[in-house]
Design a binder for this molecule. Structure first.
Ligand SMILES: [Zn+2]
Length: 288
């Protein structure tokens, strides 16, 4: 069982609120986190010098970046330098993410979800404007992770609404799409985008025409591709081969229920449908 209480006494020596929050959440993570990617029941802090990794698994080596907030995560999260991030994704050295939300009054972890690194692809990362001349790091270009771009399968809850999700379900879900890591980044993005459309439909059975409704949306995400409909059909085949959907014939499909996905749905049923917040992506894309 995870102990969900934070330990305020650890942060007493620090003055700034952001430093206090960092100490509280990082110490909690160091004492409580387990590896969702393998059976290891501990994660170890990575020395400070490693910018994009905060924790690593001593058994499988999976690296994690921890993001913490005293309120809900919105649709997008500011992240590290853009060029380095894209480069890491292309070289498959990007870390997985853990998003920790705590209640600053109750001093407890409320929600904790991870995004496995195989679900990170270039079009889910947005480039920010370079910092202005007044900034200390003038010209530095940061990035934003567009959480809303990712299919719900990418968001794996370890703690949902103040309750721990069973580790076995977490690990099953984490592994489910790990084969995508072997794919070229562009294919990964396509499969994830079409999967997001299928999930958006929210139906157990659907038709090809239902997915074609997303044609303009997908064209906006992949302007380099002129043949969106054949690409949709190809990606539906990919999702079938992955055991996510089943072909019923005559343009009809059924969504397969994996035990992991059911656990995820249960976690979501605790009241965790993606939060509707005001910080929409500002790139003019249709939001998913
Ligand atoms: Zn591990």
């Amino acid at each position: 069982m995870l102990r969900l209480e934070l330990r305020p006494e650890l942060a007493e020596a620090y003055k700034s609120r952001s430093q206090q929050a960092r100490i509280l959440t990082e110490s909690w993570a160091g004492e409580n986190l387990y590896c969702p990617a393998c059976p290891s029941d501990e994660l170890l802090p990575v020395p400070r010098g490693e910018k994009v990794k905060d924790f690593a698994c001593p058994d499988c080596g999976e690296a994690y970046q921890l993001k913490s907030k005293g309120h809900t995560f919105g649709n997008q999260v500011a992240n590290s330098a853009y060029d380095d991030k894209i480069d890491a994704i292309r070289r498959r050295t990007n870390p997985s993410y853990l998003f920790l939300q705590y209640d600053p009054e109750a001093m407890k972890v409320v929600n904790l979800f991870g995004i496995p690194r195989h679900f990170m692809f270039e079009s889910a990362i947005q480039r920010r404007k370079p910092l202005s001349e007044r900034a200390r790091r003038y010209g530095w270009v940061g990035s934003v992770i567009l959480l809303r771009r990712l299919p719900e399968d990418a968001r794996i809850y370890l703690v949902a609404h103040g309750r721990e999700v069973p580790r076995r379900s977490v690990r099953d879900l984490w592994k489910r799409f790990s084969f995508m890591l072997e794919w070229p980044v562009r294919s990964r993005g396509w499969a994830a985008d079409v999967l997001a459309c299928v999930r958006q439909l929210g139906k157990e059975e659907f038709r090809l025409d239902d997915v074609y409704e997303f044609e303009d949306h997908l064209r906006g995400l992949h302007p380099e591709n002129r043949n969106i409909r054949p690409k949709i059909r190809q990606q539906l085949q990919v999702l079938r081969d992955c055991g996510v959907i089943e072909f019923l014939g005559r343009g009809a499909y059924r969504v397969m229920q994996s035990c992991g996905h059911q656990a995820h749905q249960r976690a979501m049923d605790y009241g965790l449908r993606s939060p509707q917040t005001s910080d929409q992506p500002h790139d003019g894309r249709v939001k998913l």
